[in-house]
Design a protein around this ligand. Sequence first.
Ligand code: ADP
Length: 350
Amino acid sequence: MRKKKKKKSFRFSTWLLFTLLVMLQWVTMIALSGAFTALLNRLSRVQRVGVSPELIMFASVSLVTGGVLAFLMGRYFFLPMTELRKAMRQVAEGDYDIQLDERKGLKEIRMIRADFNLMVKELRATEILQTDFVSNVSHEFKTPINAIEGYATLLQGAELLTREEQSRYVDRILLSTGRLSRLVGNILLLSRVDNQAIETKNSNFRMDEQIRQAILLLEADWTKKEIEFDVDLENVEYVGNKGLLFHVWSNLIGNAVKFSPQGGSVRLRLIRRSGRIVFTIQDQGPGIGEAEQKHIFEKFYQSESSHKEEGNGLGLALVKQILNVSGGEISVENVPEGGCRFTVVFTMEE
Ligand code: ADP
């Protein structure tokens, strides 16, 4: 409340000062013109020396015009600018919640205020992103570290445990260390791609062969789930960063396997048509809700239902970022048969 009062009195005093200045200017002009008229009257020896009705009219018109001008200047220029200056100071002090009324002031000032609002929104989004990133990273690290700590503590009393229990706990520790190492690897890679710190080691390679290699790399996962692959890949020669692109295929195929039901089938296609390379991967998993589709490419996003699956929500963020720097695009849709289809498109320069 106190703050609001102070703001009003400040506005009033600046407005008053401005009004007085304009008035002073007009009063000076009136005084000068009065003095000039008097001088003329004397020189021409006219009897009625003094204030003529014309002068009074001139003075009144001057006062009214000055007042109106001061009011208009204050309302459409001075006050909006003062508000803007104060808002800028608030932002400099770290308050990103402030927004200005974009209807106030002259056209140019309204545009500056709109740009200011946009800038503050961007700053707020970046701040939220950074805070979220730190809390997400901390959370993702905490889970496996807690597990390692817990099982290691259990192993401390090893003489009380059976051999099977011991090996089960060691397995869990190894699983968590694997998860940690994947997490660190993904974060590092993502930050390198984000900061464009990856050298563009472009080479000519066969994209279809690389996709087959990615399928083979994940053999342990899909044989365990008895997934069937329906693969039709055209021979596609491509010039790009081979190492980075491999992450695209391995993440997409890894997800398709992870979210497929036991014994499900995954369909892969790669075609090159009229200057475009199109890769699609379709699974028979639960699909992705429309609301969730907007978020799956964000860092650390995992849908509620998939939290139980192994993962850290960085895979698709990495895929998207790699495609951004490689000139590719990715989209997702659900298919009527159930499951979802990811499509990656590269448009080639002819
Ligand atoms: P995660 O490590 O959780 O797999 P991703 O970034 O790869 O992280 O995926 C983000 C989220 O997108 C997943 O948690 C899941 O909710 C959803 N998702 C990704 N791929 C699929 C898929 N093939 N089927 C269903 N949901 C998927």
